[in-house]
Structure formats: C-alpha cells, structure tokens
Design a protein around this ligand. Sequence first.
Ligand code: NDP
Length: 290
Amino acid sequence: MRTIPRALVIGDPIAHSLSPLLHQTWLKQTKINGRYEKKNIAYKDLSKKLKALFQDDGFVGANITLPHKRAALQIADEVTTRAEKTGSANLLYKKNNKIIADNTDIAGFITPLLKRRSGQQLKQASVLVFGAGGVARAVLIALQNADVQQITLCNRSNERAEKLVESLDQKTGITNLQTLDWKNRNKPKGTVDLVVNASSAGMTGVESLDVNLDFCQKEALVYDLVYKPLLTPFILQASSKNLKVIDGLEMLISQARPCFKVFFGIEPPKDTFVRNKLESYLIKENDGSE
Ligand code: NDP
C-alpha cells in the first residue's frame, strides 16, 4: 500500500494559519491523495519534534512560521543559499534522506511585482520599504537580487533598520541600501515608484501604518504584505489616492507554490480558484462569521 504524503505548517501560535486552506484547496483541485495540516510546536520542543516527524515515511516536509523560521536552519542537514542569506527558512523538506532548509519568501515577494513591472523597470525604480523584521530582510534581498538601484528602508525603531542594512551590506557586499529616519517617513527624498509595507502595522490587532502616501508619484505601486485583513488601512489609503496596489495574499500564494511542488510533486494550478477561496474566507473572518 502506498503511503499518503503528508505535510504540515508549524508555528506557535498556528490556529489562524491560512496555509492548510491554501494547500488543501490545491490538493482537491489536483486530486492528489495527500494531507496538509497545522501543528502547534513550542520553541523548546521544535528540534526533537521535527526530527521525529521526519522519521515518518509519509512525512514530506513542513512550512515553518513564527517564531521558528530562524531555528529551522539548525535542524536541517543542508541549507540553501537563499535560506542562508535570509537567516531563516519557511520550508523544510526531505531529499535523499536529508532535511533541506529553504526560503521561498524572496521569490514569493518578487513574483507579483514582476507581473506589473518588467525587470528593467524594477532595476530603475526607487523603492521605499517599511519594517525591519524577518520578512523585510527577505524583501530587501529580493530587491537586491532584482538589481534595484535605489532601496530605502524605514522602520519605527531606526536602530533596527540601521542594523538590518549593516548586516545585509556585510553579507551581500552590495551597498545600495539606505535608511530613512522614522520622523521623515512622510518626506522621502526624490520620487518613489514602489512603497512596500513589510511591517506588521495594519494587521488585525496592530495599529495601522502611520504613513501619508501624498509623496507618491501618480504611477507608484503600493504593496502591503499584510493579508489579515485583506483590505488594510494602507491599501485603502493607496486606493483612495488612485494608486495601484498589491495585497499580501499575492505573496502568500506565490511563496506557497514551490512548497506544494516540493511536497506533492506537481505544480499547483495557476487559476484564481485558490485566491477566491482565501479571499472569501478572509472576508467572512473579518465579518466575524468565520
Ligand atoms: P516581525 O515581528 O519580525 O517584524 C515586525 C515589524 O513591524 C518591525 O519592523 C516592527 O517595528 C514593525 N511594526 C510593528 N508594529 C508597527 C507599527 N504599529 N507601526 C510601524 N511599524 C510597526 O514580523 P515579520 O517581519 O515576520 O512580518 C511582518 C508582517 O508581514 C506580518 O504582518 C506578517 O503577517 C506579514 N508577512 C506576510 C507574508 C506574506 O506572504 N504576505 C509573509 C511573511 C510575513 P519595530 O522594529 O519598531 O518594532
């Protein structure tokens, strides 16, 4: 009898993760007899419990979320360059009996952008990024990989932004990053073509990002990585100024695509079915009916 492939998303807390709905939708669409579930594992048990899971024949891998993305690197036998650069892994999987740690957030972030801008347009863009946590690091690496010439980082705590830029300068040897003091967040120098919210501001339960987008030129794009709620105050502000927007669901879905392929062996469908499913779930959740 063939074992059923089984993957998990692991974090603490994990109850509200959208990953099971996302992967289960693709499993149904592709008619694969596989499982994708969520599991809460406390930080102190992570190594022991993950190693035990990987002993199981049917276990094909895990998505890793907060607060374990950094610790996941320690559990792996091999770490991809992407995961090593970001200092975190959102994907652990089995290959030739080894545990591989990978990071799909970098590609997950850039893919939706490349649907709106050519590589050449991106290179010449001036980008302003808010936030200096885990995902901001992946965003900066993605922008550097795309050869973006002007990248400015602004964070509520200036010191954290400076530290992040310093550590990336040392790691990549590329020095196209500059910081903008939080007090000047509404008056960046020069034109801004793309604004990214890579902070948790605007997430349900967190105050909204206190930034006025009046500085944006009219063709600017506003990309909010927060997807709960789907329509964040930042996205609503951008739309009210007729700016083009990209919401956090796009990155969530595009970072999950290579994970599904690794777990279940085939590409997930490219249609909008999964997006519609997640959107209606988030709308219901926001109404309090989910
Ligand atoms: P971290 O906890 O590592 O970092 C949080 C960042 O948000 C810090 O820079 C913090 O600033 C800043 N911040 C928090 N509250 C505010 C506020 N009220 N105003 C301004 N800045 C604030 O989180 P992550 O980097 O892991 O994640 C950030 C967000 O990105 C989350 O909402 C997460 O859901 C989302 N995300 C989305 C993904 C997707 O696929 N769409 C993937 C990964 C993350 P300070 O340093 O001053 O505290």
